[in-house]
Every structure is written in structure tokens, then in C-alpha cells.
Ligand binder design. Structure first.
Ligand code: PNW
Length: 515
């Protein structure tokens, strides 16, 4: 008997077919980003704005360092003009519309708004610039996400000791209030600091970011303490005096790369834990953990080594019970900047660390498999599951925290052109593992690609490019041109699905209806 002659068999097959189709649809459904998931891109003031002394802006630590010590930047360049967003902000917003962004994360230049850093003198031209930028975004329904501090401290405050001055929390709170007062009617997402590790370890404890303090072994830890107090002060100012009327949220962004043990030995597990505590736990624990203290093992190691080295007390300052209480819980979300990962070993691949220093304190080695795809940045490799590992780890460690990925991206060389297949592979891999993490129960509300466009990559100058858009820095107009990755990102945002086979038909951009 043929199938066609057996209605019951037909019905059965149809039924099975529907189940399979249903499962497929459901599977596809599960791999979609939710409609209310916020997709955006990120930038930072000093990296894109230029206009370094325009219309009353004060000097900041990057102006000072690049002008007086140009040799510390790989190509002797600086951010005096950068991508000239100060004059190109309408084009920036047009690019956001081309990509179909839900949100745009950018930072305010403190010394553009408060030239000396202190809040008694406001530079109205600076406020106007940000008003224009924000209003242009809102015209097209693009949500501004504002970082108050992305590394460009007013030089006058640095002259007074910067983050190590106990008055720093007060200065920062005053500045934050000026920002809430002027922009908070339209800005509903605030990030106090971008990447405490890069501020404190690289800038105060080492020489890989301004202000090059090189106070190894001490600078990092003292900076961490006052940064956390400043963050908590700005958070509380928002919650107490603005939240009820402005209805927004305030949090912090911390760089979290993944550090897993090289082997499953107890020593490597401990080494990896120490590394995580030194890299990000130092800043995250006081805010997100239940006890609100600096990480336990790291504190113990620093205290022990300090005494052995003849210090009277630990080089890591204490947080008093009152300070812990003040800092604990002071964030509505955890902003994660994630780029890469490495394996950590208790014995292998150690460096010759300067003593005392954060690296000598933890004294662990790290290993990066040679087969991981390399970017144009020495530190940035495609570490396949690192975003998933970081997010699930943080989710298990700090309960009930909601996350935004506030940066994630890939660098290419200046001459690598517009076909950036490695960047496409990196983004697709990261976004797939982000979906894995969300399916595993991690509460992630949004994702910002770093970066909207090529920009001043700090010590690397213009030698490393992170943009979805290429910027021509030779051209006075700083012309922006979309790379292939821009079209791939646009497609993912529009469909909410990562199609591994999608290829753009053309590299000519357009704006979809509604943007
Ligand atoms: C971020 N790491 O810094 C910054 O927030 C951006 O301003 C910067 O342009 C971007 O990443 C690319 O470098 C990081 O060593 C610097 O893993 C270094 C690391 C991570 C983030």
C-alpha cells in the first residue's frame, strides 16, 4: 500500500513533520537576540573628538603627555584632531543610523565641561557640544549611554595628585552632578568609570597609560580605593538626587578578560584565581560581592609580601567597614569590556616582574595557545569561549547582577583595507557565545561593539584600527567608510540572528526606514 493511500500514515508523517519543523523553528527562535536587547557601538572622547583646545576646553592628562612626551606614542601622534568628531558629530549619528543602532556609548571629556576639573566654572561651549550630540541621536531614536570618565583626567587635578588625592571622590561627584543636571533629562544610562584596571594599574602602577606614574606596587592599590569611593559617591548622588525625577540607571564598566587555569592542578587553579582578583576582582568585589571587601587571596598575598619586603603594613590600603558599606551594591549593572583570554600557570611562563608590583605580588605565568587567531594588537587573540566563560563566572560569583557588554572588538592594521573577515569572524564568534551565556541564564541587556570607527588607540596611536568604519586620518575631512564588518553587524542587528553565511551584496551603505 502506498503512502498516499493510507490517511492514517499520512497524518502520522504530517504530525512528525510538524514536530520537527516546530523544533527547528524553536531552535532558531532560541538563537535570536530578544527584540528589547540593546545593540550599539562604543567610543571615547579623547579617542575620537579632537578639538583638544577648542572653545574653552581645558588640558587633560593625555593632552599633556602626548604634547610633552610624544615618543611614548608608537607613531608620535596624539588626539589633537583624532576623528574630529567635535566637528563631525552629525556624520557620526548618520553612521549610527546606517548601522541601525539602538544605542551609542560615548564618553564626556571632563575638561571640556569643567576646564580645571572643579565644578565652579562650567564651559558652556562644552555643554552645548554634548547637547547637540545627544539631541542628534535622540532625533533618530538612538539611546545615549554616557561614560563620565574614559581616562582623560583634567591636568589640574592630576597636578593635585589625581586619583590618589583623598578629595578625588568629591571632585568626581561634583563633576557627575554637573553631567546629571545638564544631560540627565535625556540620558538614562550612566557609566561612572571605564576600566579601573587600565586607569589604576596601567596609569598609576605602570607606564602603559597616562599619567605614566610608575608607582609600582602602591599606585594601583591606592588608586583602586579612591576610584571605588568616587564611583560610589557619583552613584549615590544619582540615586539620592536624580533617579526619582530622571528615572535612569548608573553603573560601572570593568575590563574582564578570561583567565582559566592551564592545568587542573590546585596550584594552577589558585594562580588563575589570583590573576582574576588582580585583573578585575580588585575593582568588582567591593561593589558586587556580599562582603564588599578587596579580594581575599590577593589581599593576603600583598600583605604578606609587603611585610617580607620591610614595609610596616600592607601596600594595599584597607577599606574600613564604613567604606565597604558605602561602596557595596553601588551599581545598577555590571558593564563588561571583554576582548580576550589566557591560561594561567603557577610555575610556567612567568616574567621578570619588577618588585614590588602587582605582577610580582601575584607572580603567576600566562600562556596563550599559538593557534589562536592574532589581531593587530599583541594582547588581542581570538580566544574562542572567553566571553562565555567570563559571563558565566561573574554570574555565578555575583548573584542577581545584570550585565551590559560595553565593549568588545578586534583590531586590524592601518593598511588592511575594508574587507575585514577576521573582524567578522571575531564578532560572530563572540556574539554566538554571548547567546550561549544568555541561554545559560546570564542576564545580559545589551552589547556595544568597539568601535563605531577607527580612532586614537592610546599608546599605539593610529597603528591599530578597531572601527566598523574606516577613518582616513590623512584627509582633513576625516572621511569615514564602512568596512565589511559594518554590513555584517547591521544585518545581525536587523534580523537579531547571526547568519554565518550572510555576505553583503555591496559595500555601499544605506539607511533603513525608521532610522
Ligand atoms: C579598552 N586588555 O581598553 C578601552 O576601553 C578602549 O579605549 C580601547 O581603545 C580598547 O579597549 C581597545 O584597546 C583595553 O589588555 C585595553 O585586555 C587593554 C585590554 C582590554 C581593554
Amino acid at each position: 500500500m502506498s503512502l498516499a493511500q493510507s490517511p492514517s500514515k499520512m497524518r502520522f508523517l504530517l504530525y512528525i513533520g510538524l514536530i520537527i519543523a516546530g523544533c527547528n523553528a524553536q531552535q532558531k527562535q532560541e538563537r535570536r537576540f530578544p527584540d528589547d536587547f540593546i545593540f550599539g557601538t562604543a567610543t571615547a572622547s579623547y579617542q575620537i573628538e579632537g578639538g583638544w583646545n577648542a572653545d574653552g576646553k581645558g588640558e587633560n592628562i593625555w593632552d599633556r603627555m602626548t604634547h610633552t612626551q610624544p615618543h611614548v606614542i608608537k607613531d608620535y601622534s596624539n588626539g589633537d584632531i583624532a576623528a574630529d568628531s567635535y566637528n563631525n558629530y552629525k556624520r557620526d549619528v548618520e553612521m549610527m543610523r546606517e548601522l541601525g543602532l539602538d544605542a551609542y556609548r560615548f564618553s564626556l571629556s571632563w575638561s571640556r565641561i569643567l576646564p580645571n576639573g572643579l565644578s565652579y566654572k562650567i564651559n558652556e561651549a562644552g555643554v552645548t557640544f554634548y547637547n547637540n550630540y545627544i539631541n542628534e541621536m535622540l532625533k533618530y531614536n538612538i539611546t545615549p549611554i554616557v561614560t563620565l570618565y574614559h581616562w582623560d583626567l583634567p591636568q589640574k587635578l592630576q597636578d593635585l595628585g589625581g586619583f590618589i588625592n583623598p578629595l578625588f571622590p568629591e571632585w568626581f561627584e561634583d563633576y557627575a552632578r554637573v553631567a546629571y543636571e545638564n544631560f540627565g533629562d535625556r540620558v538614562k544610562h550612566w557609566i561612572t568609570f571605564n576600566e579601573p584596571r587600565e586607569i589604576c594599574y596601567e596609569g598609576y602602577g605602570w607606564t602603559t597609560k597616562a599619567p605614566l606614574l610608575n608607582a609600582t606596587g602602591i599606585g594601583t592599590y591606592y588608586c583602586a580605593k579612591y576610584l571605588l569611593l568616587a564611583h560610589a559617591s557619583a552613584y549615590k548622588a544619582y540615586v539620592n538626587d536624580f533617579k526619582a525625577t530622571q528615572n535612569g540607571e548608573c553603573g560601572i564598566t570593568i575590563s574582564v578578560n578570561w583567565f582559566g587555569p592551564l592545568t587542573d592542578s590546585a596550584d594552577d587553579e589558585y594562580a588563575a584565581e589570583l590573576k582574576r582578583q588582580a585583573e578585575w576582582g580588585l575593582y568588582a568585589n567591593p561593589i558586587f560581592s556580599e562582603d564588599g571587601s578587596f579580594p581575599k587571596e590577593l589581599s593576603e598575598v600583598v600583605a604578606k609580601k609587603s611585610l617580607e619586603q620591610g614595609y610596616k603594613k600592607s601596600r594595599m590600603p584597607e577599606l574600613s567597614d564604613e567604606e565597604k558599606k558605602y561602596i557595596r551594591g553601588s551599581s545598577d549593572f555590571f558593564g563588561v569590556n571583554h576582548y580576550t583570554g589566557a591560561y594561567v600557570s603557577a610555575e610556567d611562563n612567568k616574567g621578570n616582574y619588577i618588585t614590588p608590583s602587582l605582577l610580582a605580588d601575584i607572580d603567576v605565568g600566562s600562556y596563550v595557545p599559538p593557534e589562536w587567531l592574532s589581531s593587530a594588537s599583541t594582547w588581542l587573540k581570538l580566544s574562542p569561549n572567553s566571553l562565555y566563560n567570563s559571563l558565566t563566572h561573574l554570574h555565578n560569583k555575583y548573584r542577581n547582577v545584570k550585565f551590559y557588554i560595553t565593549e568588545n572588538g578586534w583590531s586590524t592594521t592601518p593598511d588592511s583595507g575594508l574587507i575585514d573577515d577576521d573582524r567578522v569572524l571575531y564578532y560572530r564568534t563572540a556574539l554566538n557565545t554571548l547567546l550561549d551565556a544568555m541561554e545559560a541564564g546570564v542576564d545580559v541587556k545589551g552589547y556595544m561593539a568597539w568601535s563605531l570607527m577607527d580612532n586614537f588607540e592610546w599608546m599605539e596611536g593610529y597603528k591599530e584600527r578597531f572601527g566598523l568604519y574606516h577613518v582616513n586620518f590623512e584627509d582633513p575631512a576625516r572621511t569615514r567608510t564602512p568596512r565589511k564588518s559594518a554590513f555584517i553587524y547591521k544585518q545581525i542587528l536587523k534580523t537579531r540572528v547571526i547568519d554565518p553565511n550572510y555576505e553583503p551584496a555591496t559595500l555601499t551603505m544605506w539607511i533603513d526606514e525608521g532610522h
